[in-house]
Design a protein around this ligand. Sequence first.
Ligand SMILES: NC(=O)c1ccc[n+]([C@@H]2O[C@H](COP(=O)([O-])OP(=O)(O)OC[C@H]3O[C@@H](n4cnc5c(N)ncnc54)[C@H](O)[C@@H]3O)[C@@H](O)[C@H]2O)c1
Length: 351
Amino acid sequence: MPRRVLVTGSSGLIGSEAVAFFDARGWEVLGVDNNMRRVFFGADGDTTWNLERLRRMTKRFTHHDLDIRQREAMLGLFAAARPGLIVHCAAQPSHDLARERPFDDFEVNALGTLNLLEATRQHCPESPFVFMSSNKVYGDAPNEKPMRELATRFDYADPADADGIAEGCRVDAALHSLLGASKLAADVLVQEYGRYFGIPTVCYRGGCLTGPNHSGAELHGFLAYLARAVREGRTYRIFGYGGKQVRDNIHAHDVCAAMLAFYESPRVAAVYNLGGGRANSISVIEAIARLEELAGRRLHTEYVDDARIGDHICYISDLRRLRADYPGWSITRSLDDILRELITRPPTPPA
Ligand SMILES: NC(=O)c1ccc[n+]([C@@H]2O[C@H](COP(=O)([O-])OP(=O)(O)OC[C@H]3O[C@@H](n4cnc5c(N)ncnc54)[C@H](O)[C@@H]3O)[C@@H](O)[C@H]2O)c1
């Protein structure tokens, strides 16, 4: 019997990578996605092309066009499938968009997660539950670290902070954006279903997750959208901080490897930061320069002297806890691998 994984958000960046990753390893994969990314981000966010790609390339993948907000539908699906692993990636992922759609944001991110947790508790409580959480749960608290401004980026001023933000960073008394608040609600629920009910749950608090199968939109998908702007000759808007704000970037493949590591050696109520770490960190203007170099063309940019509310000035995920608990896991795709892949990937086909 093949092992069975249920992936929510299966047509999105991380979900689709998880579908392909587990399918390639002989798993049976059930995907749940209602293409709500198109509703959130318009045509740029449409994931139909990605679903079609998965259908072509996989062996044991079935797609379920369901909404995770539909409690009965989720309970029914879990009762029938009893997956051995749950990978929860469905989300409203943009903090700028959340304020325009506060109910959609909360209902997808928080309520949807509760529906899945309860379905797991009722039908497969032994199965590891992997939740893609976010570094937005820390709100803007990481900005309190002393910073120094270098020629092309901000960095932490104190050498003791060189490894970046650890899981002990406080999650309250900070400005989160509504997205950060809804993701934090979900993150705490996932931990609680672990601690209270003994379910093996993990929150992976993502830095910048990226890869070629992102339907990059201006409001979400930093490197994917930037590469798209370079490829397609779009104007790219830089929001505040002189473009020196720093992100750490992790390839979707390495995210999936962390999911598998957790499945193979699960814990209860685990929490890890998951990003590219210092080696895969880059500022907006550094990323533009490197992508221009790789593409051999200039990007037209526009500077908006107004930072995104709650934007991190320098965010590097401290990966030491994850590396200590899962020594077999590592970053396998360097930042330059990621940038090269993004810039050479053909433009997203129209939906
Ligand atoms: N991409 C990043 O940089 C990043 C960073 C930190 C955390 N995360 C988290 O990782 C997870 C995956 O992110 P992603 O970049 O793959 O996002 P994505 O938008 O590419 O994928 C999410 C998918 O969920 C689907 N979806 C949305 N609402 C749904 C609903 N109600 N029912 C069913 N499907 C629904 C969308 O159609 C989309 O295909 C999210 O939880 C996100 O918050 C992402």
